[in-house]
Design a protein around this ligand. Structure first.
Ligand SMILES: NC(=O)c1ccc[n+]([C@@H]2O[C@H](COP(=O)([O-])OP(=O)(O)OC[C@H]3O[C@@H](n4cnc5c(N)ncnc54)[C@H](OP(=O)(O)O)[C@@H]3O)[C@@H](O)[C@H]2O)c1
Length: 332
């Protein structure tokens, strides 16, 4: 990433999301908040703010409703807060079932909630927290809402969309270093148990899993009903670094001061992936607004072995939680 990030063009004119329903996770701050605001100004009809803290979500809902641009462009939008804590699977499942009780259609699922914790912490599922929040819960929510996305696509005749907020940091995975995965070693177990994974690498590792999952998904599942992709918005001025230890936060904040983009620009990049680009982006990673070829590690023999292993382990994990479609578990 150069020290000066290139400027970001706004979305093309004429996007009109009237009649559409969108879910944004991590909608209470930073990039997710601005994705939500932009969706409203693009006239989305139903917007679901998925928030781990419902009262914070309600405050955000009120602020969006009283935003003058939203008030003038989309005064009749329905904005709803639903609880989602991606640290645990039961919350993901409860979110999916509450959503399905209230809404029949889903056109756009923006899986944006994310953390970058450097401490070695574990979610209640037993998995390392970055892996749980940034990868496993996104996989579960994508799959839990897939039947609704597919049904919506059949109704409208155009693919529904699932876009994850990824990161270029996935290219800096710890799997290329001294802690490479051994033959026969489990991947999720490795991230949960391996001592000595550099704390700064956990975030990138979790984002790598998202990129690999989508690449493998696209090998098995076409883009005709649902287009999946993930993107990196570059360095963005949000509160994400506030949780870092002081010795790391100071240099990160310095970098942010020099080069960070605003969360509004991140929202342009996010909705470029979510509504502008087409099936050519299915399963792909977009750096800013363009599809980027997979990195050398992903293309390597070891990267490909890990992609398949991740798929197998993800199917086993998700299969214990929800019924899986046949294309997931069949041979490829
Ligand atoms: N900022 C950057 O430079 C940058 C660069 C590349 C990618 N990203 C990615 O962009 C996404 C958004 O990050 P951000 O920069 O906007 O950070 P942020 O300002 O810290 O926002 C993170 C959002 O995720 C929510 N969240 C965190 N843990 C959650 C959980 N367990 N369950 C449900 N929601 C949870 C937060 O909720 P609360 O409000 O309750 O905390 C907040 O709404 C993340 O996926 C991040 O990895 C950021």
């Amino acid at each position: 990433m150069p020290l000066i990030q290139p400027s970001v063009p706004p979305l093309p004119p004429g996007i009109d999301l009237s009649g559409k329903t969108a879910v944004v996770t991590g909608a209470t701050a930073g990039i997710g908040l601005e994705i939500s605001r932009l969706l409203l100004t693009l006239k989305v009809s139903n917007l679901i703010l998925a928030a781990r803290n419902v009262s914070k979500g309600e405050t955000v809902r009120q602020s969006l409703m009283s935003d003058p641009v939203v008030k003038s462009t989309n005064p009749n939008a329905t904005i709803k807060v639903l609880k989602l804590d991606t640290e645990n699977y039961s919350s993901v499942q409860e979110f999916a079932s509450s959503f399905k009780t209230e809404f029949t259609d889903l056109h756009l699922l923006m899986l944006n909630a994310g953390i970058g914790t450097m401490a070695r912490e574990f979610a209640s599922t037993g998995h390392e927290k970055n892996i749980q929040v940034n990868y496993l819960s996104n996989a579960l929510l994508s799959l839990a809402l897939l039947p609704t996305l597919e049904a919506t696509a059949s109704k409208t005749g155009e693919p529904a969309r699932v876009t994850w907020t990824g990161s270029r940091m996935h290219m800096r995975t710890s799997l290329t270093g001294k802690l490479a995965l051994k033959q026969g070693e489990g991947l999720l177990k490795h991230f949960d148990e391996a001592e000595g994974i550099p704390s700064y690498a956990r975030y990138g590792d979790s984002k790598l899993l998202g990129a690999l999952f989508q690449l493998e998904l696209a090998n098995r599942y076409g883009a005709d009903k649902v287009i999946f992709n993930n993107f990196c918005p570059g360095v963005i001025n949000t509160g994400m670094s506030d949780v870092l230890p002081i010795y790391f936060r100071i240099p990160v904040n310095l970098v942010k001061m020099i080069m960070a983009r605003s969360p509004q620009k991140a929202a342009w990049i996010a909705l470029n992936a979510g509504v502008v680009v087409g099936s050519e982006s299915h399963g792909q990673f977009l750096a800013d607004m363009s599809v980027l070829e997979p990195c050398d590690f992903i293309k390597s023999e070891e990267g490909q072995r890990i992609q398949k292993l991740l798929w197998k382990e993800t199917c086993a994990e998700m299969g214990g939680l929800i019924p899986l479609p046949a294309w997931m578990t069949g041979p490829n």
